[in-house]
Design a protein around this ligand. Structure first.
Ligand code: TXA
Ligand code: MG
Length: 316
């Protein structure tokens, strides 16, 4: 279904009022967070949440993150614990998602958790997201605002290209500062890294005073969305490249000749903010192949490499 008129909303009080009015009647609004744009809906409304899966073409077994305004609201939906307290106090609002046991009678649509006994919850750190959550006054379920399996959107035009006609509105809040999705930590058993992301693992371990268990590809469905082929541009991606071959465009890192550079100075924060934008742009240039410079496997480099490996993985 591609026949809706998708409104473009501005980040001002009229835009926030319109977006929350759409949410109240079960509609879908894409909105900026500091990580990537989210595709939001009322997390308590079954029909609205079902429409998120439809609009993205997302498999129903892949649960969604619920966005809330503060720690106290998060505690209404999940069984809190000491580790959650420590991480939330250190990193919320911010690019960290916590997975905790969901409370019975949470009032959330069971579609949000894909019937898992746990819920992923996050307090985003973006003035537009904050004001929208305040205007709406309830929990907002939001995956990244891209068709399932494609590159996440870091600006409104990316959302427009992927979802126009499938959602009621896009609220334009400019480019996302972090540019990578949140780091996801499972806290229902021993603290486990479920997805590297916008907060480096090193920072989380420092705040916890302990190492995180790392989720591996072999663990059965711990993070159901972590399918190997993901973030897939149209072009074939080749990693750890020192130069480009004939049919390729080069995505560089550091002082190297290339078509687009993630960060000439080799700054990982800058590279993270540019990653999805540059992949979208190289794709739009119609390249058949994208060669990518090596990225160091430290700090945000881990999350950048995770996304690049998925972009390069064989497609099914
Ligand atoms: O930065 C972000 O996290 C962005 C913004 C919009 O907040 N959201 C985002 O959502 O990246 P999405 O749906 O693209 O990725 C969420 C990931 C999926 O891999 C999903 O499987 C996992 O979180 N997830 C959600 N609920 C879970 C749960 N209860 N247990 C384990 N993994 C869960
Ligand atoms: Mg996503």
């Amino acid at each position: 279904m591609n026949d809706l008129t998708t409104e473009k909303l501005t980040a001002n009080s009229d835009g926030f009022a319109r977006a929350s009015a759409i949410w109240r009647v079960g509609g879908l609004v894409a909105f900026p967070t500091e990580t990537v744009y989210g595709l939001g809906a009322d997390a308590t409304n079954d029909h609205a949440v079902a429409r998120i899966f439809e609009a993205k073409g997302r498999p129903r077994f892949n649960p969604l993150i619920v966005h809330v305004d503060c720690i106290a609201t998060a505690k209404r939906f999940v069984e809190w614990n000491d580790a959650a307290d420590r991480l939330a106090l250190a990193f919320w609002p911010g690019a960290l998602t916590l997975v905790l046991p969901i409370k019975p009678n949470s009032g959330l649509s069971p579609l949000v958790t894909a019937d898992l006994p746990t819920l992923a919850v996050r307090v985003p750190d973006h003035p537009v997201a904050t004001q929208l959550l305040a205007a709406f006054g309830g929990p907002v379920a939001a995956p990244s605002a891209n068709p399932s399996g494609k590159i996440s959107p870091t600006q409104a035009s990316h959302v427009e290209a992927g979802l126009t006609g499938r959602i009621e509105a896009i609220l334009d809040g400019g480019p996302c500062g972090v540019g990578l999705e949140s780091t996801i930590v499972g806290l229902s058993n021993e603290p486990t890294l479920l997805r590297p992301g916008g907060i480096p693992v090193e920072a989380l371990e420092k705040a916890m005073g302990a190492a995180l268990t790392t989720h591996t590809e072999n663990d059965a469905l711990v993070a159901p969305g972590q399918m190997l082929s993901h973030y897939a541009p149209g072009a074939k991606v080749r990693l750890d490249a020192t130069d480009k071959q004939d049919h390729e465009l080069m995505l560089g890192f550091g002082a190297v000749p290339c078509d687009l550079n993630l960060s000439e100075s080799g700054d990982l924060r800058e590279a993270a903010a540019n990653l999805f934008h540059h992949l979208h742009a190289l794709d739009a240039m119609g390249s058949k192949g994208i060669a990518v410079s090596p990225i160091p496997e430290i700090g945000l480099g881990r999350a950048i490499n995770d996304r690049l490996r998925r972009a390069a993985a064989p497609r099914d």
